[in-house]
Design a protein around this ligand. Structure first.
Ligand code: PFF
Length: 489
């Protein structure tokens, strides 16, 4: 390969890009709805426990796999064990299928931003606005192309100059907007009731369904089982502390999801109607514009900022999806970045056009009954392929290459950090550095002693069982069969 593979400049770049990937549409429309549906505070609690145990282990495993091999998903599995190349191929299918339909939804977000910024709030708040818009043949396609073009531009510029730079600009803006809008939501009349609805655990709603829904959301939100974290790990330098990076990514992802709940549920509770909390696009594209409209003139500004936030969140996620696909093709065929971007764009057009038209003139084209093309792609990836990939990955790490291999990879950045600290020439700094190193040498084995068996147990036993349960749950709920095993959605 003539072109360099590229890498993130350092820890900040890596964390921003990976958090940018994780924070997306999943955090802003999916999380608030699920939290509201599954008992508010109890869902939050279950979600948090899962993120800190299960999610932590899986994300650490994926990033370490990428960094160890220096390759994207197909190459990574193949390099570690030739017989497991099939898993790389299976995982590679996920972002290829997700990216086109994710860009269609990203295009809808751009349309809403444009509508709000041009003062069209009242129009956007009409109940028929969303349905009329997405069922048109040409306009949504135009917005899809715009969103896809912006994504491709960042990917074309490369890992450090494109993906990393865009994330470093968009993520801080996104965080400030999320905090600002959440604070504003708390000033609305009746915010206290909305907040307690969102936060106070309703234990009567706790069931196996709550745990399974939280687990599914965790996968979705943390961009797991789709090769993204493996690819980003392959761009991570060896001197970056992998464990603390994972913690920071989780902190951003969960923090934004939490704030999204405040931004969405509190105003709907205060100015709207709880019946308006429905899954999927309806919540963000139909209920929220009505709520912004109920705020009066200020709603136009809040709505505009809200859709900027969603647009940034969706863009950094779609960039990670496209970068993953580009990286897979480049590693496999040795193509240059420009050529690969062209090929990936062509694939996106082929799959994106039916995803967009499936809401209108091609709605009759259904692979599974009752599912338009976009819903079908979403179902096949999130409910079927991702759990299968995650399950096989746990088997691969837990029993084929063994958790020890990845634990060693995760330790590399820590050792490097200590060596770097010791390098200073200033005698005072050298004193504190050596004290720090001594302390770390004493405390690190103790914390590793606690953490590493947990990592192994998660990957070998707990995660595979949970994943099989998610797979069963998603498939049964899609075919409305949950009631036969005594569960409900
Ligand atoms: N983690 C991102 C989100 O929450 O939106 C990105 C993403 C997740 C994309 C799941 C696609 C997907 F199926």
């Amino acid at each position: 390969m003539t072109e360099k593979r590229g890498s993130f400049s350092g820890k900040l770049g890596f964390v921003m890009a990976a958090a940018g990937s994780a924070v997306g549409l999943g955090n802003i429309w999916r999380f608030p709805y699920l939290a509201a549906e599954h008992g508010g505070g109890i869902f939050l609690l279950v979600y948090l426990v899962l993120v800190l145990t299960f999610g932590y282990a899986l994300m650490k495993a994926e990033i370490a796999l990428g960094r160890k091999t220096g390759l994207s998903v197909i190459g990574a599995f193949k390099k570690l064990n030739k017989r497991w190349s099939f898993l790389g191929i299976l995982a590679a299918i996920v972002p290829i299928v997700i990216l086109p339909y994710y860009s269609v939804i990203g295009g809808w977000v751009c349309k809403y931003f444009a509508t709000f910024v041009s003062g069209g709030m009242e129009q956007a708040a009409q109940p028929s606005f969303f349905g009329d818009f997405i069922s048109q043949p040409f306009e949504p396609l135009g917005w899809f192309l715009l969103f896809l073009g912006l994504t491709a531009l960042a990917v074309l510029l490369g890992v450090d100059k494109g993906v990393e730079k865009v994330s470093k600009i968009m993520m801080p803006v996104l965080i400030v907007l999320a905090i600002g809008i959440a604070i504003y939501s708390l000033t609305l009349p009746g915010a206290g009731d909305g907040l307690s609805y969102y936060l106070v655990p309703d234990f009567s709603q706790f069931s196996a369904t709550t745990v399974l829904a939280a687990m599914g959301q965790m996968f979705y939100s943390m961009s797991l089982a789709m090769g993204i974290m493996i690819t980003y790990g392959s761009y991570m330098k060896k001197d970056v502390n992998l464990e603390s990076s994972v913690k920071q990514i989780e902190f951003f992802d969960t923090g934004i999801a939490f704030l999204a709940g405040v931004m969405v549920i509190v105003p709907i509770f205060s100015l709207g109607n709880m019946d308006q909390i429905k899954p999927g696009p309806g919540l963000m594209f139909q209920s929220l514009p009505m709520v912004f409209n109920n705020m009066g003139t200020v709603g136009n500004y809040v709505g505009t900022l809200f859709f900027v936030l969603v647009m940034f969140a969706a863009l950094t996620s779609s960039i990670s999806l496209m970068e993953t696909v580009v990286s897979i093709f480049r590693d496999k065929f040795g193509w240059g970045r420009k050529v690969t971007c062209g090929v990936v764009l062509a694939i996106c057009l082929v799959l994106g056009v039916p995803s967009s038209l499936g809401n209108g003139i091609w709605s009759g084209f259904q692979i599974l009954p009752g599912q338009d093309f976009l819903t079908f792609c979403d179902f096949m990836t999130n409910s079927v392929l991702m759990p299968i990939v995650a399950f096989l990955m746990c088997i691969f790490v837990g029993y084929i290459i063994k958790p020890k291999t990845l634990i060693e990879e995760a330790r590399i950045g820590m050792a490097e950090k200590h060596i770097k600290l010791y390098e200073g020439t200033n005698p005072v700094r050298r004193f504190f550095n050596s004290a720090h190193i001594t302390l770390s040498r004493v405390s690190a084995p103790i914390s590793h002693f606690r953490r590493e068996p947990m990592f192994s147990a998660m990957i070998r036993y707990i995660a595979p069982v949970c994943i099989v349960l998610i797979l069963l749950f998603s498939v049964l709920s899609a075919f409305d069969l949950l009631k036969y095993i005594g569960l409900s959605v």
